[in-house]
Structure formats: structure tokens, C-alpha cells
Design a protein around this ligand. Structure first.
Ligand SMILES: Nc1ncnc2c1ncn2[C@@H]1O[C@H](COP(=O)(O)OP(=O)(O)O)[C@@H](O)[C@H]1O
Ligand SMILES: Cc1cn([C@H]2C[C@H](O)[C@@H](COP(=O)(O)O)O2)c(=O)[nH]c1=O
Length: 230
């Protein structure tokens, strides 16, 4: 339709979009929110941070804390809610030519659900139910992503930043957990041997101090902001 070229929300495959949807991916405390905060100062960029506050408070309950306390019991509960809130983020009306979103429906499944399952902390039946939900969603609903920006860190860097950030629920996270998440990210986005990668990947080394990170964001600004645009 002629409307496609001027409509931010159109998901029509036939017409090249004039907007782009970027997902910022990386380990816990790798610097995703800090990156999004930096780009939020640019006009014409809409920034969607992860709905962590929802995961910490759904009608007075804290499924994030419950999951860390007892993953086998509460992993399905948290991940079902993460899947819903991520879907909601992907489908929300685009308000600007460029949209940057923290993580995605894909990483929630390919990294976090997968990690719970592989580490023996998610029962097979819970994994099967979540997997069918996920497969149904990506088969029936268009979840377009034009670029993945992967903030590549060492697990040790994330561990140090996580400790400094001091989020109450995450006090129990050992370095081994961050190593598992790191390995899943590397298999998915670098080696590309685990799951389908839904968009081209731009890798930004992210162990550096803040000043160097901001310099790298500037160096990559054009590449990031013009991806997927006509
Ligand atoms: N390049 C950096 N060097 C040092 N500390 C950082 C850097 N980037 C972010 N931080 C700090 O590390 C913590 C985690 O960063 P954050 O952006 O919240 O990560 P994420 O959103 O990936 O979990 C925060 O306390 C933040 O201020
Ligand atoms: C997507 C996703 C996240 N989590 C957990 C991991 C962290 O504790 C927080 C997100 O914080 P970050 O600093 O933005 O990485 O949520 C999870 O358990 N499951 C998920 O699918």
C-alpha cells in the first residue's frame, strides 16, 4: 500500500521501511541502560528500557526475586511475564524514526529460558510450555528487528558492575551465572551456532571505562542510526 512508506508502524515486508528497530543486547550489568541513556539525548530516537520494574512488581508480587530465590519453582512464572512484557514492548506504537530497545523477546528465550533449562533449574514441562508459546508468537506475529548491537563484555566486568549497582534481587548471583549467560550470548551472536539471529549484529567491545564507551558510541553512531532506513 502507498501508506507503507510513511507509516512508522507498518510491518509490511514489501516496502522498505523508513525507520529502524534496534535491540541492545548484552550480559547483566554490561552497560545496556547506560548506552540507551546516552542515545536518548539524540532527537528522533525513541528509547525503550527493559521493563525490570514490572518484573519486580506485578500486582504487588516480585517474580524476579522469587526466581532468584527458587528458580525451579518460579522460573516459568518470571519468564512467562518477561515474554509478555517484551512482546508488549516490540508491538508498542513507534513514536520516532529510530527505536532502540533493551534486549528482546529473542534473548529472553534464547538466553535466559535456555540457561534455566540447561542448568537443570527449569523442569522439562515448563520449558516445553514456554517454547510452544514462543514459537507461536514468532510464527504468527511479526517481530521485526533491523540491527542487534551486542555489548560484548567479560563476565568479570559484569560481575564487578553488578556488585556496584547493588540491585537487591541480584545479590545472590555468582560469577558462574554470568559466565553461562555470556557463553549463551557468544554462541548466539558471535559464533551463530545456537539459534537463528534475527538481524545483523554490530559488536561493541564494552569492558572499557565510560569515557571510552561514549567515544565508541560516537564512532558507531551513523552505522547504528542509519541501519534499516531507506
Ligand atoms: N563503561 C562503564 N564503566 C564502568 N561502569 C559502568 C560502565 N557502564 C555502566 N556502568 C555501571 O555499571 C552498572 C550496570 O550498568 P547498566 O547500564 O545498568 O547495565 P545493564 O543495563 O546492561 O544491566 C551501573 O551501575 C552503571 O553505572
Ligand atoms: C530478559 C531477562 C532478564 N532477566 C533478569 C536478569 C537481570 O537480573 C534482570 C535484567 O537486568 P539487566 O541489568 O538489564 O540485565 O532480569 C531474567 O531473569 N530473565 C530474562 O528473560
Amino acid at each position: 500500500s502507498n501508506l507503507c512508506n510513511s507509516c512508522f508502524n507498518c510491518v509490511c515486508d514489501l516496502v522498505k521501511p523508513v525507520f529502524s528497530r534496534i535491540c541492545i543486547e548484552g550480559n547483566i550489568a554490561s552497560g545496556k541502560t547506560t548506552c540507551l541513556e546516552y542515545f536518548s539525548k539524540t532527537s528522533n530516537i525513541e528509547v525503550l528500557t527493559e521493563p525490570v520494574s514490572k518484573w519486580r512488581n506485578v500486582q504487588g508480587h516480585n517474580p524476579l526475586a522469587l526466581m532468584y530465590q527458587d528458580p525451579a519453582r518460579w522460573g516459568l512464572t518470571l519468564q512467562t511475564y518477561v515474554q509478555l512484557t517484551m512482546l508488549d514492548r516490540h508491538l508498542s506504537t513507534v513514536a520516532a524514526p529510530v527505536r532502540m530497545m533493551e534486549r528482546s523477546l529473542y534473548s529472553a528465550k534464547y538466553i535466559f529460558v535456555e540457561n534455566l533449562y540447561r542448568s537443570g533449574k527449569m523442569p522439562e514441562v515448563d520449558f516445553a510450555v514456554l517454547s510452544e508459546w514462543f514459537e507461536w508468537i514468532i510464527k504468527n506475529i511479526a517481530i521485526p528487528v533491523d540491527l542487534i548491537v551486542y555489548l560484548q563484555t567479560s563476565p568479570q566486568t559484569c560481575y564487578e558492575r553488578l556488585k556496584r549497582r547493588c540491585r537487591e534481587e541480584e545479590r545472590v548471583i555468582p560469577i558462574e551465572y554470568l559466565e553461562s549467560i555470556h557463553n549463551l550470548y557468544e554462541d548466539w551472536l558471535i559464533k551463530q551456532t545456537s539459534f537463528k539471529v534475527p538481524a545483523p549484529v554490530l559488536v561493541i567491545p564494552a569492558d572499557h571505562d565510560l569515557q571510552k564507551m561514549l567515544q565508541q558510541y560516537e564512532e558507531n553512531r551513523e552505522k547504528i542510526l542509519t541501519t534499516g532506513r531507506a
